[in-house]
Structure formats: structure tokens, C-alpha cells
Design a protein around this ligand. Structure first.
Ligand SMILES: CC(C)(COP(=O)(O)OP(=O)(O)OC[C@H]1O[C@@H](n2cnc3c(N)ncnc32)[C@H](O)[C@@H]1OP(=O)(O)O)[C@@H](O)C(=O)NCCC(=O)NCCS
Length: 136
């Protein structure tokens, strides 16, 4: 089910069930739920080169629940939880043309670190963004 939601949000780059299984075991998988229904998801892992930082693998709200403030509420909850885990911040990449996600992240204080041409392959340019929790 979670893999279906991931593909609904990200198309062919969505995570497979096996990806989500190892993320749940070795990283973290968060679910946004309303009335028992899963309306969003997020996967994080700790960065090897900067162990106090988390790396966002994915973050989504399912299409029918978007633009109702749930992405903001979910992200705030995720950040609050990781701040209790000796975590200093969160890095992630966002599609260069993804205005919705970029707007959401900027509104939380994420800053653009660099543009990464073809990070996910040909034509798949990404922006690397970073939030330092202790500065917010
Ligand atoms: C990005 C995403 C999680 C936002 O979730 P959401 O629940 O719609 O977000 P919210 O309703 O809480 O909106 C929060 C802010 O995000 C930005 N935003 C959200 N949707 C937007 C849109 N369609 N266009 C421009 N800005 C948008 C705005 O800054 C908004 O604040 P505002 O309502 O005060 O203008 C959602 O669009 C999504 O799941 N997209 C597909 C997956 C994806 O791209 N994930 C990001 C991977 S890096």
C-alpha cells in the first residue's frame, strides 16, 4: 500500500515495497493519518558524512488531501520528532520545477544549498535544500 502511495506521488521514482521495508528497519518511516486513513508519508535516514543530520528520502501528501495545510502540519510533526533524537537538521532534494514542495520547504526555513544537474539521471535536475534546526 505504501509503495502505491509513493508511486502516486513520485511516479517511476517512487519507492518499492522492499525499499520501504529497509527504510522502516534502518531509517525511519513516518505516516500522516486522519481518521485511521493514511494521507501522507515520509522516509528519513541519518547521514553517514554528517551523522546529526537526517536525509529526506521522500515526503508526500496524497493528492486528494493536498492544499489543506496537512503538508505543513506533517512536516512540523516530523521536525519536532527528529529534534528529540539528537538531530541537528534535515537535508533533502527537490525537483527543480516543484513549486509546491519548494514553497513548503522555504516556509519552514530550508535554504537552497546547490543545484544538482541530472542528480536522478538524464533530465532529472534536483535542488539540494537544508534546514538547521538549532537556527530556527
Ligand atoms: C509538496 C506537498 C507535500 C505539499 O503538501 P500540502 O498538504 O499540499 O501542503 P500545505 O497545504 O500544507 O501547503 C503548505 C505550503 O506549501 C506550498 N504549496 C503547497 N502546494 C502548493 C502549490 N500547488 N503551489 C505552490 N505552493 C504550494 C505553499 O507555500 C503552502 O503554503 P500556503 O498554503 O500558505 O501558500 C504535496 O504537494 C505533495 O505531496 N506533492 C507531491 C510529492 C512531492 O512533490 N513531495 C516533495 C518531495 S521533495
Amino acid at each position: 500500500m505504501l509503495s502505491t502511495y509513493d508511486h502516486e506521488a513520485f511516479g517511476s521514482t517512487g519507492l518499492r515495497s522492499s525499499d520501504i521495508a529497509f527504510m522502516a528497519r534502518a531509517g525511519m518511516v513516518f505516516l500522516a493519518q486522519m481518521d485511521g486513513e493514511t494521507v501522507g508519508g515520509c522516509q528519513l535516514m541519518r547521514m553517514v558524512e554528517e551523522p546529526t543530520m537526517m536525509w529526506g528520502v521522500g515526503f508526500y501528501i496524497r493528492p486528494q488531501w493536498r492544499r489543506q495545510g496537512l503538508g505543513s502540519t506533517f512536516l512540523a510533526g516530523v521536525l519536532e520528532l527528529i529534534s528529540t533524537l539528537s538531530c541537528s537538521g534535515l537535508m533533502l532534494t527537490v525537483d527543480a520545477g516543484n513549486a509546491a514542495a519548494s514553497g513548503l520547504y522555504r516556509s519552514f526555513g530550508f535554504r537552497l544549498l546547490e543545484s544538482m544537474p541530472e542528480f536522478y539521471g538524464r533530465g532529472e535536475d534536483r535542488h539540494l535544500m537544508r534546514l538547521d534546526l538549532r537556527e530556527t
